[in-house]
Design a protein around this ligand. Sequence first.
Ligand code: NAP
Length: 507
Amino acid sequence: MTSQAHINVDTRRVKVAIVGGGFGGLCMTIKLREAGIDDFVLLEKADDVGGTWYHNSYPGAACDVQSHMYSFSFEGNPDWSHRYSGQQEIHDYIERVTDKHDIRRFTRFNAEVTGAHFDEQSARWTLNLKDGSRVECQHWVLASGPLHVPSIPNFKGLDAFKGKVIHSAKWDHDYDMAGKKVVSIGTGASAIQYVPHVAKEAGHLTVVQRTPPWIIPRDERAYSGLSKWVFRRFPALRKLHRLRLYLSNEARVLPIFNPRLAKLAEPALKAFIHSQVKDKQTARKLVPQYTLGCKRILISNNYYPTFNRDNVSLVTEGVKEIREHSIVFSDGREEPVDCLVLGTGFIVDPRIYMKDFEITGLAGHRLQDDWKDASEAYLGTTVSGYPNMFQLVGPNTGLGHNSIIFMIESQVRYILDAIGKLDKRGDAWLDVKQDVMDRYNDKLQEELKDTVWQNGGCMSWYQQADGRNTALWPHATFQFMARTWRLNEKDYVWQPARVTVGEKATA
Ligand code: NAP
């Protein structure tokens, strides 16, 4: 379904503006409505809702978190077809939820934010949009996610390449790979999902691997008609099923702090690789050298068998250069290429959580400067110096073991509590205290030092070049829920609504 733009393009004034119409933005809008706040606008850059699940449509795209967990707790779906669903089914779910809650009428599609600026006098944010219009608001919520700008490696000669280049996040479904010589670079979460499909289509596929991922078998079971009926008829049983999935996922937090537990599983997974891949040398190259869990653990049943196909080869040499119609590897070997597929992930510089537009808060605060070394927030949600600005899936809220939607729901509850408390106090804005935010982040970084992500012998997008991990939450998700259940007023500075000269904010 595509867009409708009901809203005038000049200056719109609302209580809350939400940027990004993926799972986070939708959750925020639904819960705002439930709280009786209809004075908001959802700004979405694309022409439909869905975020990640709209843009990432490469063949085989699917979620590696179980569907009954990877959906809103308040919008259970008894009809999930499989334990793990594909992109289309997830996007259909998002569309259904959007329509059920009548969110489209609050949404401005094709609305790209290009700047956000806070005015202390009026206590209002102004969001500038690409079409020249503006939205003024009291609060705004960044819900555009951390991983969305494709990373295109700076390969020598790539600009001069005359063939087709496709990034996993911008798949060209009209390009016919039949009979083509395809080279795919990267073996992360996206690549291992599309590689088996590309292999079936292409004349020849070369997979270029820099670091092999740990891959565990995927539970492919479909839900039977009877299960779906039971889940529909007895929602409590569906919730029980969800709880069981939640708890089994939560148990996976234990090896994060105890890599020895993770290591126990490695022999079985090595045996799994050797049982799946016939050529011994190829199988050996597919075995990771770092501790299980250091990078995201992937799930697949069809990735390893792909290397048994006659038209697929694995290359572990680096890319030396790209020529007009070929690729040259570090050992000097040259291979002809019609199509280059980049499964090379997303741009994650130290400012991974910052958007690619300017954000200015209280005097002296420019997010590009404040986050030049690392993105830091309080509970991944608020940033000192940026009153009434909230973020969903912000710094250190990513997960290696459970559903991010659980984290989103916790953050949304916290934001609503903030807005409610501000209204009740009759204040103009709230701003997290710098020392509260600093103490929180110092403690988090101390705790992260003991995790498999820092000690597992790998580098991943979880870490910055200096080793600092601003991506992941290292504890159980219920601990995050407990921390965000209610906003502690003492953590914030509260600015009275009408400021008279010389009046100070209250702590
Ligand atoms: P990614 O995990 O960052 O993987 C990028 C891959 O490209 C890695 O194998 C990396 O190798 C390789 N690479 C990057 N630059 C390279 C270069 N210059 N030369 C050779 N290889 C290069 O990206 P992704 O697969 O798109 O996944 C990103 C994130 O999206 C995941 O971590 C996950 O959070 C999310 N995701 C989730 C799902 C899901 O099912 N829930 C599915 C897809 C994606 P190195 O490992 O050596 O760096």
